[in-house]
Design a protein around this ligand. Structure first.
Ligand code: M6R
Length: 608
C-alpha cells in the first residue's frame, strides 16, 4: 500500500512527471498525496489530505504549487494509505528532517521502540515514516555518510518497508532502500523513474528496469543507479500499454465491460481442443512433479480467496484433492499438509503481504509453490517456482472484477490440465473446452442488461441489509457479490451457502432485508428453491439470478443469465458474477460513492 514515485533525469518538467506518477499510483491509497522537489538549490514540498478537502484529487495537489513553470529534474512523490496516524496533511508524505525528505511504504512494527531513539518531542506527525527520516538524519549528522545511515536504519526496522529519499545536500541523487517490499527502478530516455509498481512507468520508454531487492540500497543518478549489479531485465512492453477509462466514467465500469475480451485473452493459445487439454507454458516444466501432487492448497485474500474457494470445489469435482486458505490465517492455524502437497498462491497484484508471508513459509517447508497472478514480474510471480498468468491486463479499480473472472477461467484451465494428468478422459476435456469458449459471449449478453440492473440498484437503494446466497459452486458467487457490494457502496452485506439460512441467518429476514440468490439451473436448483420459499415465507425480499427462460415467480425481481449445459454447471460462477458486479457498481453510483476509491481501502495491500 502507499505509492512511491521518484524522478531523477534530464528534463525540466520533473514536477509534472512526479504528479503524473502519483496519479498513476492512486490505486495504492488515496488518503493523502504529497510531493517534494529540488528547484535551484531549494527543496519545495506540498501536500494535500482528507482533513483539508474531502474527495481531493491530484489536481488539488497541483494547484498548491505556485510557480506553474517551475524547472525541476529531481523529486519524489507519494500517495498514502493511512496506517500510523489519521488522514491528515500533517501525516502526509514526504516527511522531512533538516534537508532530508522521505517517502515510505510499509509498516514499522517496532515503531514505539524506535521512537525512543530520537527526540520524540520534535515529531510533528503520528507516522512511523517521520521516525525513519529522523533516525537517518540523526546518524547522518554523526557520520556524514548518507548511504551508511540509510543501511543502518533499514537494519533497525522490523516489518516490510521501502523508502525513497531526496537530500538537499546531495542534489543530483535519490536514494532508495528496500527491506521486504517492492520498488522498481526504470531507466528511460529522459532519466530514471522509481516507482512502487510498473503502472507508474506508463508513458515512458523504459529501456532497462530492475527490482530493488530486499536489503539493497540504490544511489540513483539521472542516467542510472549504483547497486550491487544483478541481472537487468527488459520490461514486458504489452503490460505498459497506456490505460485510460475508454469513455467510461470509472475504471471499475471499464473493467467490468471488457471482461468478454479479457477472458478470450486468458484462454488464447491455451486450449487444445482435439486433445481435450490445456496448454500452460508456465507450469509445463514441472508437469512431472505436478502429476504426483496429493493435495493442492489454494491461498489468497479477499476476491482472490473467493477464487481459491472456487478452485477447491472444482478440483474436488474432478477428483483432485484441494483445500482453500485465507492467507492471513494460514501461518497461525497450524496447517497440516504433506510433503507431496503443492501450493497455488492467487493474487491479482502479486504484492499482497499476507499471501507473500505464506509463500515464504511454504518455501521453508520445501513444497512446490505456484503463482496464479496478474501483474507480471510482481513479487509473488518472482518468488514462486512456476505459475500461470491470468492475463487480465491492468486492473485499476480497487474492487476486483475482471481479475476475478480471469482467475476463475485460469483455474478451469488448470483443473483440466491436472485432471487430464489423472483420470479425466479426452472427451470430457473436449466437452468442457467447447462450453468454456462460449463463456465470453455469454458474459457480453449479460452486460447488455446493464440498464435493467441499473434500475434494480435504483429500486433497492433504500435497503440497508443484504444477504448473498447460493449453493455449491454459486456459494462462491455469493461470497464475491457480498464483498463487492460492501466494498464500494458501504452496504451491510453477508454471504452464506443458501442451505445455511435455516441454521441462524433466517432470523434476520423481514420485509426490509434483501436476499440476492444465485439459483441457475444446476444440480442443486430444486434444493435452492426450497430455501428461497423459506425466505419468502418470512416476508423477505428476493432478487434471483436465474438461467434464461426461468421466470422464477417466487422472487421479487430476477436477472437472467445464459444457460450452461447441466454437466458443466461449474462454469456458472464465471457468468453469474457479472450481474452482481454491475449491481454493486450502479448501487455505488446511486449512493454517491466513488467506486474507484472506496473509503478505507487500497488496491494493493502490502501491509500484513
Ligand atoms: O492483489 P490481490 O489479489 O492479492 O488482492 C487481494 C485482495 O486484497 C483483493 O482481492 C481485495 O479483496 C479486492 N479489493 C476485492 O475487490
Amino acid at each position: 500500500m502507499c505509492g512511491i514515485f521518484g524522478y531523477n533525469g534530464i528534463e525540466p518538467d520533473g514536477v509534472k512527471k512526479i504528479l503524473e506518477g502519483i496519479h498513476r499510483l492512486e490505486h495504492r491509497g488515496y488518503d493523502s498525496m504529497g510531493i517534494a522537489f529540488l528547484t535551484g538549490d531549494k527543496v519545495e514540498c506540498f501536500k494535500v489530505a482528507e482533513d483539508e478537502k474531502v474527495g481531493f484529487d491530484i489536481k488539488d495537489l497541483a494547484k498548491k504549487i505556485p510557480n506553474k513553470k517551475v524547472i525541476c529534474n529531481i523529486g519524489i512523490g507519494h500517495t498514502r494509505w493511512a496506517t500510523y496516524g489519521g488522514k491528515t496533511v500533517k501525516n502526509a508524505h514526504p516527511h522531512f528532517s533538516n534537508g532530508l525528505f522521505i517517502v515510505h511504504n510499509g509498516n514499522v512494527e517496532n515503531f514505539e521502540a524506535l521512537k525512543k531513539e530520537i527526540d520524540a518531542h520534535t515529531l510533528y506527525s503520528e507516522t512511523d515514516s517521520e521516525v525513519i527520516v529522523k533516525l537517518i538524519d540523526k546518524i547522518f549528522q554523526d557520520t556524514g555518510d548518507l548511504v551508511k545511515s540509510i543501511e543502518k536504519v533499514m537494519k533497525m526496522l522490523v516489518g516490510a518497508n521501502v523508502i525513497l529519499i531526496m537530500s538537499k545536500d546531495h542534489p543530483g541523487q535519490l536514494f532508495a532502500a528496500n527491506k521486504g517490499g517492492t520498488i522498481l527502478l526504470g531507466k528511460s530516455d529522459s532519466g530514471v523513474i522509481i516507482a512502487s509498481d510498473p503502472s507508474a512507468f506508463e508513458g515512458y520508454h523504459i529501456i532497462k528496469k530492475r527490482n530493488l531487492e530486499t536489503n539493497e540500497v540504490a544511489v540513483i543518478h539521472s542516467d542510472f543507479w549504483d547497486i550491487i549489479a544483478k541481472e537487468v531485465v527488459t520490461i514486458e512492453e504489452d503490460y505498459l500499454q497506456d490505460i485510460d477509462k475508454n469513455g467510461c466514467d470509472f475504471y471499475m465500469e471499464k473493467e467490468i465491460f471488457e471482461q468478454g475480451a479479457v477472458l478470450r485473452g486468458t484462454m488464447s493459445g491455451r486450449l487444445i481442443l482435439d486433445k481435450g487439454n490445456a496448454r500452460l507454458g508456465g507450469i509445463n516444466e514441472i508437469a512431472r512433479e505436478l502429476r504426483n501432487v496429493e493435495t493442492f492448497h489454494f491461498v489468497g485474500c479477499g476476491t482472490a480467496y473467493n477464487a481459491c474457494s472456487y478452485a477447491t470445489l472444482l478440483f474436488n469435482r474432478f477428483g483432485i484433492s484441494a483445500r482453500a486458505w485465507i492467507a492471513s490465517e494460514f501461518c497461525y492455524s497450524h496447517p497440516v499438509f504433506g510433503p507431496n502437497d503443492a501450493f497455488f498462491f492467487i493474487s491479482q497484484s502479486g504484492e499482497t503481504a499476507d499471501t507473500i508471508e505464506v509463500v515464504e513459509e511454504i518455501q521453508i517447508k520445501g513444497n512446490i509453490c505456484l503463482g496464479i497472478v496478474n501483474v507480471p514480474d510482481s513479487r509473488i510471480a518472482r518468488l514462486t517456482d512456476a505459475g500461470v498468468y491470468i492475463r487480465a491486463g491492468k486492473e485499476k479499480g480497487v474492487a476486483s472484477t475482471k481479475a476475478f473472472t480471469a482467475q476463475l477461467v485460469t483455474i478451469v484451465l488448470l483443473a483440466i490440465y491436472l485432471a487430464r494428468q489423472r483420470k479425466m478422459t479426452i472427451d470430457t476435456g473436449m466437452g468442457i473446452i467447447e462450453e468454456l469458449i462460449l463463456i465470453p459471449e455469454k458474459i457480453e449478453k449479460v452486460l447488455k442488461q446493464k440498464n435493467s440492473i441499473k434500475r434494480l440498484a435504483e429500486k433497492y437503494k433504500e435497503f440497508k441489509n443484504y444477504y448473498f446466497l447460493g449453493r455449491y459452486f454459486n456459494s462462491v458467487v455469493a461470497q464475491e457479490g457480498s464483498l463487492k457490494l460492501k466494498e464500494i457502496s458501504y452496504m451491510h452485506a453477508e454471504s452464506y451457502p443458501l442451505g445455511e439460512m435455516k441454521h441462524g441467518p433466517l432470523a434476520l429476514i423481514d420485509p426490509s432485508f434483501c436476499s440476492v440468490v444465485i439459483i441457475p439451473n444446476d444440480s442443486v436448483h430444486s434444493k435452492g428453491v426450497v430455501n428461497v420459499r423459506e425466505i419468502k415465507g418470512r416476508d423477505g425480499v428476493v432478487i434471483a439470478i436465474v438461467a434464461e427462460g426461468n421466470s422464477f415467480e417466487l422472487a421479487d425481481d430476477i436477472i437472467e443469465i445464459p444457460e450452461i449445459k447441466p454437466r458443466y454447471e461449474y462454469l456458472y460462477p464465471i457468468i453469474a458474477t457479472i450481474p452482481l458486479q454491475l449491481f454493486s457498481y450502479y448501487m455505488a453510483l446511486e449512493l454517491n460513492c466513488n467506486p474507484d476509491k472506496p473509503r478505507n481501502l487500497a488496491k494493493t495491500v502490502t501491509v500484513g
